[in-house]
Design a protein around this ligand. Structure first.
Ligand SMILES: *[C@@H]1O[C@H](CO)[C@@H](O)[C@H](O)[C@H]1NC(C)=O
Ligand SMILES: *[C@@H]1O[C@H](CO)[C@@H](O)[C@H](O)[C@H]1NC(C)=O
Length: 316
């Protein structure tokens, strides 16, 4: 009798342990802070002031390309690696390329001091007062777009990417110059036929309340998309009329659909990769983005790429 009970208890504990592990694995996927049933949120433009602004004057030195990188307090290693590699202020084909980091806030006052010090030193941080979390990524992206609209309409193109992405700024600049499109242009890794994920434990879960439709509008993977600067102002302007969605890339897609801006390929061959590519200098010369790159890898790849700039590759 006692052993039967014991077995029951052990079984229950094992089950609980397994459940806890499962929850832990999927923790970021549980929608604890999602809107409650029936609660419709529309995007609020202009909420709050900028806490940090980059030290640059777009009217004096208009960039050809502004790269906005979503980042957070804890990712200072990633930011340093980007500053030393593809994010270096750079003239490419005589065009100015600048990189800025998009940050929210943490609850610790000391962290804010660190960020302030970092921005005094590097002058490349855009920050507003919202809690930095995965589900606030739309706020972060829209903050970048608001900044472009208010401070940098003199630029020609804007890219939004993440801090674990390798960006070949040389090839991107070359392709943008070739493409020679300057209005209503939007490109990246095109996602033309995506559906909301309803699975309760998925990181990308979207409930019927958040998004009732069965398909998403065309959008580009948030790992890297590029648009002509006029699109920033148009998206900013329309964003208040668009139902808020925590998936930033889909939200931008919803804005583009409203604006009737079509997505386009940058090149006949694929150049934006939302996945991780195996590095080789010749491969990376002909791509724009590759995902899941660690800071030390970024340095290795970038140095190898720059060293091999003038070397011939097979088939080129
Ligand atoms: C997003 O930021 C706002 C403003 O700081 C905060 O109230 C909210 O809890 C954050 N949302 C999430 C999901 O962290
Ligand atoms: C902003 O959006 C409104 C409609 O929401 C539109 O009437 C207006 O022309 C837009 N302005 C710009 C500058 O795009």
């Amino acid at each position: 009798m006692a052993s039967k009970r014991l077995r029951k208890i052990i079984f229950t504990i094992a089950l609980l342990a397994f459940f806890c592990l499962f929850i832990k694995w999927n923790f970021s996927g549980i929608c604890i802070l999602c809107p409650k049933k029936g609660e419709v949120i529309s995007f609020k433009r202009d909420s709050g002031n900028f806490l940090e602004l980059p030290h640059m004057d777009c009217s004096k030195n208009p960039p050809f390309l502004v790269i906005l990188v979503t980042s957070s307090y804890t990712q200072s290693k990633e930011r340093m690696a980007i500053r030393e590699t593809w994010g270096k202020l750079k003239w490419i084909f005589n065009r100015l390329i600048v990189t800025c980091f998009l940050l929210g806030t943490t609850l610790k006052h000391d962290n804010q001091i660190d960020i302030n010090v970092e921005n005094v030193k590097y002058g490349d941080i855009i920050q507003k007062d919202f809690i930095d979390s995965y589900y606030n990524l739309t706020l972060k992206t829209m903050m970048g777009i608001e900044w472009v609209h208010k401070f940098c309409t003199q630029s020609s193109f804007v890219m939004k990417t993440d801090s674990d992405v390798f960006v070949n700024t040389y090839y991107l600049t070359e392709l943008l110059l070739q493409k020679n499109r300057n209005t209503r242009f939007f490109t990246g890794f095109l996602k033309l036929n995506e559906h909301p994920i309803r699975h309760i434990l998925s990181k990308w879960r979207v409930s019927k309340e958040e998004y009732p439709g069965n398909t998403y509008p065309p959008f580009c993977s948030g790992t890297g998309y590029v648009f002509s600067t006029d699109v920033a102002s148009q998206v900013y302007n329309i964003s208040e009329n668009v139902q808020f969605l925590k998936l930033e890339d889909v939200f931008i897609g919803l804005c583009l659909a409203e604006l009737n801006i079509k997505l386009e390929e940058l090149h006949s061959k694929q150049t934006f990769f939302p996945e991780r590519l195996k590095f080789s200098p010749c491969r990376f010369k002909k791509i724009v983005t590759s995902h899941f790159v660690k800071p030390h890898e970024l340095r290795i790849y970038w140095n190898a790429l720059e060293r091999s700039m003038d070397e011939k590759c097979p088939g080129s």
